[in-house]
Ligand binder design. Structure first.
Ligand code: C5P
Length: 308
């Protein structure tokens, strides 16, 4: 039995370029791995089967559309294994369809877990390539830490970061579809008259002030530099998120933004104590389902030590 622990992400910068011919958008995507984890446990089995536990388990698909199942099959095919056998159990704590790459995290964890279970010893660079085939956010879940994602988010460069940052995540009732949020971003750009194609929108770049704040471990400077080009689209589809962002700011957050395509909202706190207080205030505010205080950056998908 192999258990892999894998983190959620927040995007501290999500710069979205124009719509490409392949239906994706070029990004300047600064991923930040935070201490909210799923665990994927691989045990020998017949075919590829899945189970899931956790508060959102009922909304996790247990068929071949699940990225964990697709990851197991892709790894097996890469190695020419005709008859892969594995049962994958997902202990889910990352919100489903929440903008924190929980499905991508499970795909990354399944790659690492099956690689260990089947004794394949796949080079890390190959795992990153397989991860990119599964989805734009899957390679980062393998890498963890803080990284700049270019292209559709899959071309990664690790970024220097000092110390720990303290975060609060306000989990919404229900999810948002990532493709729907990107479509709404394009629609809003058309409506504003700026256009939404690659020719209309300049290719985004990482913000030097944000990179400096990360390298210096400066939460106030990072809070000032947080940006998400999908935020207006997420708010347009879910206007009540404005109340959540307001409640966290009122409770003392130094920075607030929608996480990725939402609807989870992310808040930067000045220290651990403040994060605990903000999480309690958000939970009490009635503007979200629940809120978690945590910190980051944390490592990417890794095999956990066996429990005694
Ligand atoms: O890569 P992934 O399967 O996670 O992407 C899901 C959807 O999100 C894509 O089909 C696309 O609609 C949208 N997307 C995008 N540009 C990106 C990443 C995702 O438009 N860079």
């Amino acid at each position: 039995m192999i258990t892999v622990r894998v983190p959620a992400k927040v995007n501290v910068q999500l710069g979205v370029g124009g719509l490409r011919a392949d239906g994706f958008h070029d990004l300047a995507n600064v991923f930040f791995a935070v201490g909210l984890f799923d665990e994927v446990t691989a045990t020998p089995g017949e075919g590829v089967t899945l189970s899931c536990t956790g508060p959102d388990a009922a909304s996790v698909p247990l068929d071949d559309s699940n990225l964990a199942a697709r990851a197991a099959r892709l790894l097996a095919a890469h190695h020419g294994l005709a008859d892969p056998g594995v049962h994958l159990h997902i202990a889910k704590a990352i919100p489903v369809a929440g903008g924190m790459a929980g499905g991508s995290a499970d795909g990354a964890a399944a790659l690492v877990a099956c690689d260990a279970l089947w004794g394949l010893d796949t080079p890390f660079d190959t795992l990153l390539e397989l991860a990119a085939e599964l989805g734009s956010d899957v390679p980062f879940a393998l890498l963890g830490g803080v990284a700049l994602g270019r292209g559709r988010g899959e071309i990664l460069d690790a970024l220097p970061v000092a110390g720990a940052f303290h975060w609060v995540f306000a989990v919404a009732e229900g999810g948002l579809s990532t493709p729907a949020v990107f479509r709404e971003c394009d629609r809003l750009r058309e409506e504003a008259g700026t256009g939404s194609s690659e020719a209309d929108v300049p290719t985004p770049d990482a913000d030097p002030a944000l990179l400096a704040a990360l390298a210096a471990g400066d939460p106030v400077a990072l809070a000032a530099a947080l940006t998400n080009d999908l935020q207006a689209a997420a708010l347009s589809l879910r206007p009540s998120l404005a109340d959540t962002l307001h409640a966290g700011t009122e409770a003392g957050a130094i920075g607030a933004l929608v996480s990725g395509s939402g609807p989870t909202c992310a808040f930067l706190a000045k220290d651990a104590e403040s994060a605990t207080a903000i999480a309690a205030a958000l939970t009490a505010s009635g503007t979200c389902r629940t809120a978690h205080a945590t910190h980051g950056p944390v490592p990417g998908a890794e095999v956990s030590a066996p429990r005694p």
